[in-house]
Design a protein around this ligand. Structure first.
Ligand SMILES: Nc1ncnc2c1ncn2[C@@H]1O[C@H](COP(=O)(O)OP(=O)(O)OP(=O)(O)O)[C@@H](O)[C@H]1O
Ligand SMILES: [Mg+2]
Length: 226
């Protein structure tokens, strides 16, 4: 099992107000699964993705990622797991605007302590994988939205992660560009990657192999897709 969540809760405290974003979530995901996560706005999807991606810690419960108990790690240990095991893809791409595509993809390799030659070679390989061999020196402003998302996917792939997490990756793209990005996710899944994506679009969700619906911080349904 790649991911095992047991009784995961997340409570945000703001002044005297408590927001129960996740309520005792149990979830198991195998390596090479392809999972879509749907649910109304505010239901806890991003909160769950951020915990899975070690960007945030749960208030309660245990999270095991590839056998390691992530919920008991300190910030430094979490950063290491995040950098070596998780590739995160966001709706708004989150690229550095003043850096080239190549430099953006090299960034996680720098954090991971890779030597210059190695990281350059890996970044080029990742950009080739997403079909951007001819755009490596372009900055985000010189790329289309779909190309920016490809750079972000290349960056997510750079360290050879165990898990690809995408939070509404097509949310800022027109439908045909979004479809191209989904073709890429399908191929990455076929190549052995574990993919978990949040979407509001049922057509996109149906491309996955498993559909989980979340409602008010709880898993409302979990079904296998044909
Ligand atoms: N940093 C935070 N501080 C306080 N409350 C938060 C914080 N982040 C999220 N929340 C609250 O937690 C709940 C779940 O938020 P979350 O972002 O996980 O929803 P979501 O399902 O991703 O919604 P959307 O579809 O709009 O992206 C919401 O009520 C939200 O207001
Ligand atoms: Mg969200």
């Amino acid at each position: 099992m790649l991911i095992e969540l047991n009784g995961i809760s997340k409570v945000y405290v703001r002044g005297t107000e408590e927001v129960h974003a996740l309520r005792s979530v149990d979830l198991a995901i195998d390596a090479n699964e392809y999972v879509a996560l749907m649910g109304p706005s505010g239901s806890g999807k991003s909160t769950l993705m951020n915990i899975l991606g070690c960007l945030d810690s749960p208030t309660d419960g245990t999270y095991r990622l590839a056998g390691a108990d992530v919920s008991r790690m300190n910030a430094n240990e979490l950063a290491e797991v995040r950098n070596s095991r998780v590739g995160f893809i966001f709706q708004t791409f989150n690229l550095l605007p003043r850096a080239s595509a190549l430099q953006n993809v090299e960034l996680p390799l720098i954090y991971n302590g890779q030597r210059r030659k190695v990281r350059r070679a890996r970044a080029i390989q990742a950009l080739e994988r997403v079909g951007l061999a001819d755009r490596m020196t372009h900055r985000p402003a010189e790329l289309s939205g779909g190309q920016c998302q490809r750079v972000a996917i290349a960056r997510a792939l750079a360290n050879g992660p165990s898990l690809l997490l995408a939070d509404e990756p097509t949310g800022n793209l027109d439908s045909s560009t979004g479809e191209e990005i989904m073709v890429l996710f399908d191929a990455l899944h076929d190549e052995g990657n574990t993919v978990l994506l949040v979407t509001h679009d049922p057509v996109i969700a149906l491309q996955a192999k498993r559909l989980i619906r979340i409602h008010d911080g709880r898993i409302a349904s979990d079904e296998k897709l044909a």
